[in-house]
Design a binder for this molecule. Sequence first.
Ligand code: SAH
Ligand code: SF4
Length: 306
Amino acid sequence: MDFNQFRQLPKAVISLLNKNCRILAGEIVTSRICEADKTEKFLIKLKDSYLIESALLSSDDARLTACISTQVGCAVSCVFCASGMAGFKRNLTKEEIISQFLLMRHHAQKSDKDITNVVFMGIGEPLLNFENLISAIDLLTSPYAANIGSRRITVSTSGIIPGIKKLADYKKQINLSVSLHSAFDDKRNTLVPVNKKYNIKALMDAVKDYISKTRRHVTFEYVLISGLNDSSEDADALSGILKGISCKVNLIPYNRIEGADFKTSASRDVKKFADRLLKNKINAVRRRRKGFDINSGCGQLKAVWK
Ligand code: SAH
Ligand code: SF4
């Protein structure tokens, strides 16, 4: 649909609308709610019929967080992530990124709620779609548009160094999350294949530069997979590379996905891992699993609905 279809409007108005406005770049096909924690996931159809997913995550403290996709599929292909398995199709446009926010906000407002936070943790690698990501954040934070505070916006990356460098020069005080999952290069090479291009030493140097330029602390995401990256040696190695860095570690229990044979770390092992980090003076938080019974936990988003 485009504005030219509004034939009852004067031509000048149509031309103004075409110049300054966009009709939503997607529509909600269906949605599902996880009764346990009220996470809601949305299947969104784009104009070229590709499907993406977005989610709304509720918190006890009245926060409502929109989890937004930035690409159709993902080329990074982390072995534990459903988004990577679908293969990369294309970048989302800025309109498609913003439309996810607008569609979910409209949905939330029907029950008198509003989105307070935005995380770019849906399908795709945000820093491989840098320009559109930044245009979308500019709109989200604009007082003339969504007016979400920069500090309520988080970009999560698998460690794309050129993107981290560009983000360090971005004027807005958004949050950066780096998905680490191992402090050993050989292990990280198999889990997050982009590590072969941007290894841990180079990544940590980029993060340190980012912190010194922005004066912001960084969050590291660490998915705990049983017997793979959850031992005390793993925790000590992680503490080693994070020593002296202004950061927090989010420990995420692995969410099972179809086609991958990994096991979620037992909660006692997650606790042991967290305690070890804390003993090593690394600030660690165990994240609760959200929405996993409707496949909308971290890494479970992919455009297949059964
Ligand atoms: N591409 C970006 C952002 C999207 S993924 C990134 O990788 O950071 C968002 C988060 O979900 C990442 O921290 C990712 O590592 C995590 N994740 C992916 N698959 C997961 C799974 N199966 N279980 C738990 N977390 C997962
Ligand atoms: Fe892509 Fe992130 Fe999934 Fe890795 S974890 S495949 S980078 S979406």
